[in-house]
Design a protein around this ligand. Structure first.
Ligand code: MN
Length: 434
């Protein structure tokens, strides 16, 4: 290890209050980049293969490195050995909140040591092959940004109220397709489908001409299988948070979505980030959602609100085109989970629910290209001078986010990225990423 120079000590002081004086831990090495948004204040979970190993395992991210946890399982404690010996996060999700809390505590102690414990091997992320970190059970997508809902209402239904009457009374959502949730980096083939051009008397079939993104925040569920989860019980059923891109074919969607909602315009692919930022890392990011315009029914009330000050960035072929603020969402994840289980429907390990497109009030805060280009009428100019309304084949989209962390630190949400393949690309390049 290099000497504990003052530059590094100062670096810690600016990023986290978790350090003890000027002491330097074994991860406090510039090579590990552990002072950034993925330092000890964050410690996100993932799964993947490292170096030439053939088996996937549970990983924790430390800076721009991954720490495989299987070799450390014995060191971390008997309750953790089984979840950490697994090839994915599935057993950890099932283990529930007491085990999640113990693991995070042990990991915080581990990264705070003066020297690396036996078996610790920080692997550069470029040598990691991450996979979809858990088997997605049920997938639900909400629609909880008032700005997004109003924008879409104005674009799709210009002659009626942008918000339907139920919107301010309940978190509107729908059941999505869990089987096509794919890991970040998985290419997304342009879907074919039925759509009806406005000047055509009959529908036509072919590749979507209005392929879009939705910048969203996903909540990864675990713990005991239960219905009727109260808003105060979110943390018992959510391990953490990961960014989602809910790819959307707007032309297919516009033709099919009434009366039962999104279907084939959404179900071809939903991308999920590789790394799950623990809910415990977001305590300093909690905020109250904007006040509802009228009193809410009791089951949706929150004593300690679960709005989150997550600041998203959307990059289109490298150009930052939007910075959606999650703090502006009208419904919190606790309200969403309470609503989705209030009828007795259960939440179970591996369930994933997403926030809905995150859009703020500003033009540069819109979380979909449908809104950014206002239905295609106002193209977006990228840094290379090209203009876009919707996605072209070969386009890349990356969504990232940060949040305020303890002691002035910054907590990171890892990127969700994907590239658009032509509709005639060979099938089979998609898949679960596992
Ligand atoms: Mn969506």
């Amino acid at each position: 290890m290099p000497d504990a120079g003052s530059a590094r000590s100062n670096r810690w002081c600016t990023t986290t209050s978790l350090r003890k004086g000027d002491r330097v831990s074994w991860i406090d090495d510039p090579a590990f980049s552990a002072a950034g948004p993925f330092g000890p204040q964050t410690l996100p979970y993932g799964a993947g293969r490292v170096r030439a190993e053939s088996a996937t395992g549970v990983l924790v991210r430390v800076g721009d490195h991954a720490l495989p946890l299987r070799p450390l399982a014995a060191h971390l404690g008997p309750r953790l050995s089984e979840p950490l010996a697994a090839g994915s996060l599935d057993p950890l999700l099932a283990a529930g909140r007491p085990v999640w809390a113990e693991l995070r505590e042990r990991l915080r102690e581990l990264v705070d040591r003066d020297s690396a414990p036996p078996g610790a091997d920080l692997v550069p992320l470029v040598e990691v092959r991450p996979v979809l970190p858990f088997a997605v059970a049920d997938y639900v997508d909400f629609y909880s940004s008032r700005h997004h809902a109003e924008n879409v209402g104005r674009i799709f239904r210009p002659d009626s109220d942008p918000l339907l009457p139920n919107w301010t009374h309940l978190p509107v959502g729908y059941h999505g397709r869990a089987g096509t949730v794919v890991a970040s980096g998985t290419p997304v083939r342009r879907p074919r489908g039925q759509r009806k051009p406005p000047d055509s008397p009959a529908p036509v079939f072919g590749p979507s001409e209005r392929l879009d993104i939705e910048a969203e925040v996903g909540f990864v569920c675990g713990g005991p299988v239960r219905g009727e989860v109260r808003t105060s019980e979110l943390a018992d059923h959510v391990l953490g948070v990961a960014l989602v891109n809910d790819w959307s074919a707007r032309d297919i969607q516009a033709w099919e979505y009434q009366p039962l909602g999104p279907f084939l315009g959404k179900s071809f692919a939903t991308s999920l980030a590789h790394w799950i930022t623990p809910l415990d890392a977001l305590e300093a990011a909690r905020v109250a959602p904007p006040p509802a315009p009228h009193p809410l029914l009791d089951y949706l009330a929150e004593d300690e609100p679960w709005g989150l000050d997550l600041r998203l960035e959307v990059r289109w072929n490298g150009t930052v085109v939007s910075r959606p603020p999650f703090a502006s969402m009208a419904w919190s994840p606790a309200q969403q989970l309470a609503h989705l289980t209030v009828n007795g429907a259960t939440v179970r390990p591996g369930d994933l629910f997403a926030s809905g497109t995150v859009s703020g009030p500003g033009r540069d805060q819109r979380g979909s290209f449908l809104e950014l280009s206002w239905g295609g009428r106002e193209p977006v100019t990228l840094d290379d001078g090209s203009a876009r309304a919707f996605l072209l084949d070969g386009d890349d989209v990356e969504i990232t986010a940060t949040a305020p962390g303890p002691g002035g630190s910054v907590v990171g949400l890892a990127e969700v990225a994907g590239r658009v393949l032509p509709a005639d690309a060979a099938p089979g390049v998609r898949g679960s990423g596992r």
